[in-house]
Design a protein around this ligand. Sequence first.
Ligand code: WTA
Length: 659
Amino acid sequence: MDREPVPKKPRVGEEESNGLHSPVTLCHTAPSNELWYQESLKAPEAFWDQLAKERLEWIKPYDKVMDVDMNSGDIKWFINGVLNVTVNCLDRHARDNPDRVAVLWEKDEPKQHEPVTYKQLLDMTCQVANVLKSQGIRKGDRVVLYLPMIPLAIAIILACARIGAIHSIVFAGFSAEALSSRINDATAETVITADEGVRGGKTIPLKETVDTALKESPCVKRVLVATRTGAAVPMAAGRDHKLEELMKEESTECPPEPMDSEDPLFMLYTSGSTGKPKGILHTQAGYILYTGLTQQYVFDCRPGDVFACVADIGWITGHSYVIYGPLSNGVTTVLFESTPVYPDPGRYWEMTERLKVTQIYTSPTALRMLLKSTNEYVTKYDRSSLRILGCVGEPLNDKAWQWYYTVVGEGRCTVVDTWWQTETGGIMITPRPSANDSTPKPGYPMNPFFGIEPVLVDDKGEVITGNDVTGNLCIRKPWPSMARTIYGNHEKFLETYYRPYPGYYFTGDGAYRDKDGHYKITGRVDDVINVKGHRLGTAELESAMNRDGRVAETAVIGCPHDVYGQAILAFVILKDGVTDDEDSIITGLKAMVKTGVGSFAVPHKFLIVPGLPKTRSGKIMRRILRKIANNLYEELGDVSTLANPPVVNDIMQKWLKEA
Ligand code: WTA
């Protein structure tokens, strides 16, 4: 086979007229991808060194590429380097192409969008940064953001990065209680919110929720309130300030704070299998390098593209692929405020036609929801601008993959089912750029990205070699955007990710490697539930419900759901003597979850049962509950060793009656 001469180093960093590093040399059919992948594993320091030098603007160069110990979880990248991520996301693009559109704000109101140029976004960011400084906020301070999807939200996020404050975005669907616990865990003195949010034609009372949260968060000294709807909201004297009013007083110039590569950039709370949500901490240089690199190569992003990652900025996908990745590459990023079905299921495709979207990045749940409507909602719009169809958060089942590929993409776009996590910072396993020239396979994220070495490990910690095998998914080599710690709890960080399989980062997912060496994710091997692509811990839901005085104990599991991926099923044991009818109990429990976590986490089904299967040491056997909920009665295994064997049959009877 004729192969073009393979360059020694990845040919990245060729500046195009609009400043985006040209990705054309790395498409999934390029014969050199395989070589680059091999090189990234063989000589990772050289590989990452070149990319960091070519792609990032440094205030002071680093002395050493990496110092990472996968046994002890001590992680440092680009040691002693100094930079500011906002210079990389804004200044350098505003300098070269001030009028290029940075953000295309797709408003909730149908058919309305507003462009924000790189120069405008830089000015706005600097003004907010000056407000933060005037308010006494300094480098290292934690700032909690509870925001709608508006351009000012991006400026606020980047303003934190400009001055070195650590942002902690809380998804605006979380309840006051969940917000308050995140504020308290970070001991944040500042909260930034908006009067109201707007989504799917409905308003969301953001400021009101913040006010409720702050009753339990005495650490907060100031609240800055941005305007989305202009609704009159109560303002506490001395504590609350209208952000736009303060911005008017400030200059549009703010020197970037020089940040060490390893200074924290942000924290983002995510659910684990035990305990309360953990503040995953990401740092500066490695994160911005890796998100930019993956945004460019996974999505084949080229100068002039309009990149639409429709995730909320409250989740990691929004952080990495609405904001940091695309802006660091100087492309146009779409900020999507609405829902896939508002005003109708044609929303994404009407937007695609109007904005000439080149890549769309969404969730399997959204696709499964959309494919239930007639294809006309898709086909009546011109989708010829689309090249890459991306997806993340949960397995993309065959039916949804086929619909995405054939109906949306007319068989001419590449579907990229990407696997990654809050902790990994950026995309880890993806069909492209492909190391082995393979065409995408439905249901498979397939191949590791450059520098990523996935391994499957058995329960004893032995690496499983060969193909056609299943195991616990771990990562062997370090990569720049790996999480550095859990805020305030490094011990928990080590225990969760580095101690289960010494020498490897443990993902919490299981995976299958097929005969061709391609990866398919089989799901969480812990008690994390993934509903509509939102990650929820069983412990947070259970502790919310256990506060109902009528309840003795609860256990939550995920069970298959044809649209949501997983539905939440709650098993509930009542206290002795409680005689309330089931409906009133269920209503009460739903309200508990709504207040404790948020409406999006309310279980879909409740089963009031006399007991739960437990080991003799008192641990709930969720495995048994999962088998029952999946109607896999013959796979229950030996239940005679349980503390209470007959309860299994009781639960089964109840399930058969009600399911
Ligand atoms: C799951 C989202 C199957 C997985 C970026 C992971 C996936 C968790 C996929 C992380 C995929 C993500 N196929 N499962 N393509 N992508 N997941 O932290 O269980 O919100 O561990 O990050 O989502 O969720 P998180």
